[in-house]
Design a protein around this ligand. Structure first.
Ligand code: BGP
Length: 485
């Protein structure tokens, strides 16, 4: 057995990492537009003061940013890879590789510049119509993430972002608008990118419970889960054929030792980081262990009876996730530690690590697929996977990225094993199919693409697109439906 004939091969991106054109056609500022490459690299959460004097929370903003742009700083989001002006060329390249699916997200502030308007910005809506038209030309199915790691800056400054219940309504209005507008062009939707990271990244970054950050993170996550459930219901109401998914950051965790304390800690890591959000989105209610987690973190949440009702009615049709690496849970002290962006903790002696200290673990992907499929029995899709690396362009303009081919080959084989073991895996969109700005570091030099983009960490470059060796390799993978790897 191999991949089903209908298997959706493709690639994935996010608006704030590719589009650029941050200040054209009526687009408002997004939180990402005021994050410098430096602040993204440090990836720290700071407290800052809003323009109206109220405290801002939870965002990685340069001190004193307040939506101001400093001319001497580099803001990677401002140009991205200028997909806004290159989308025809880029989609033609995706088609050349044989893509069946392309994952992209919508820039919220392109459609609602401040996030709280009644009427959408027509020019913003039109841009995505053009993108969907172009995809249709080549029979590439769009997979749309409604919100991928960004929101209009105004909503952050005025309301404190997702810490405020009001955000549910603004998101729902945005979701309803786009679900309606693109109903004849888009069938596959994801409500939020990596919704679980609202709490998980906090756990990875600090592991602290001595401040109120967990309180805020769990509250934000609750509002997002309610917003997601409402969007799912609206989507199904507009068109019952819509396939709407959750999107979970899938970091597999293993215990370091057979010490029962490690085993339990590992189980609890799965519960907090992976199952908590997945259970709510797939099963429609908070799991039993949620109460223990809230108690442990000293969290008291604003959850109403009507919220719980929404969660129940708004379960998803599809489980999607990102997969890059596995991690280790332990209660023991060890000198063998990793500390890269998004990865932290004890090192796994059985695995190799990337330049950014991400564990290369294809079997972890098989493990994750099997655990999750058994839990929810929903169709699954891997909507992010890939290897970030500093690619080198040779004098004759070639990129020999055999390390990337090797990484993906192993992961696709792991998918095949899971499929043969009964997992209903329906698609694979590798991350950053074209080079883009890294979410964790804010740099261009952490590249994932099959297509190289001539743009460096300071924003200099010709934006020229060049096919890497992996481009031709992936083309063959798709042409043979995963048989030639
Ligand atoms: C995921 C995000 C993506 C993407 C990816 C790789 O968490 O959904 O937006 O960027 O990670 O991370 P990075 O860009 O830091 O290498």
């Amino acid at each position: 057995m191999g991949f089903p004939k209908t298997f959706m091969w493709g690639g994935a991106t996010a608006a704030n990492q590719i589009e650029g054109a941050y200040n054209v056609a009526g687009r408002g500022l997004s939180v990402r537009d005021v994050m410098t490459a430096g602040s993204l690299k440090k990836r720290r959460t700071i407290t800052y003061e809003n323009t109206d004097g109220t405290p801002g929370r939870g965002l990685v903003l340069p001190k004193g940013a307040h939506g101001k742009i400093f001319e001497d700083e580099y803001y990677p989001n401002h140009e991205g890879i200028d997909f806004y002006h290159h989308y025809k060329e880029d989609i033609a390249l995706f088609a050349e590789m044989g893509f069946k699916m392309f994952r992209l997200s919508l820039s919220w502030s392109r459609i609602f510049p401040n996030g709280n308007e009644e009427e959408p910005n027509q020019a913003g809506l039109d841009f995505y119509h053009s993108v969907f038209d172009e995809l249709k030309k080549y029979d590439i199915e769009p997979l749309v993430t409604i919100s991928h790691f960004e929101l209009p800056l105004y909503l952050e400054e005025r309301y404190g972002g997702w810490s405020n219940r009001k955000l549910i309504d603004y998101y729902v209005h945005f979701a309803q608008t786009v679900l309606t507008e693109y109903q004849h062009e888009v069938r596959y939707w994801l409500t939020f990118n990596e919704i679980n990271t609202t709490v998980m990244f906090l756990a990875i970054r600090s592991g602290k419970t001595d401040d109120n950050s967990y309180q805020d993170a769990y509250q934000q996550l609750h509002y997002q889960l309610v917003a997601s459930a409402k969007a799912v219901q609206i989507g199904h109401h507009i068109n019952n054929d819509f396939i709407i998914g959750c999107m979970i950051c899938g970091i597999v965790s293993y215990p370091l030792t057979p010490d029962p304390k490690d085993i339990l800690k590992d189980r609890y890591a799965w519960e907090q980081n992976i199952f908590y959000s997945g259970d709510v989105q797939c099963l429609g209610e908070y799991p039993t262990f949620a109460k223990r987690l809230w108690h442990e973190h000293n969290v008291t949440l604003d959850i109403t009876a009507s919220d719980l009702n929404e969660l129940k009615k708004g379960t998803v049709d599809l489980y999607t996730f990102s997969y890059y690496m596995s991690s280790i849970s332990t209660t023991h002290d060890t000198d063998n530690m990793v500390g890269g962006n998004f990865s932290m903790g004890a090192k796994n002696p059985y695995l190799k690590y990337s330049q950014w200290q991400w564990a290369d673990d294809p079997m972890g992907l098989q493990y994750y697929l099997e655990v999750i499929y058994d839990r929810y029995k929903l169709p699954m899709m891997i909507v992010e996977n890939g290897l970030g690396a500093n690619d080198v362009v040779t004098k004759d303009e070639k990129i020999h990225d055999n390390y990337r081919i090797d990484y993906m080959k192993k992961h696709i084989l792991a998918m095949k094993t899971a499929l043969n073991n009964g997992v209903n895996l329906i698609g694979y969109t590798s991350w950053g199919c074209i080079d883009l700005v890294s979410a964790g570091t804010g740099q261009m030099s952490k590249r994932y693409g099959f297509i190289y983009v001539d743009q460096d960490d300071t924003g200099a470059g010709s934006m020229k697109r060049i096919r890497k060796d992996s481009f031709y390799w992936y083309q063959k993978v798709i042409a043979t439906n995963g048989e030639t790897l």
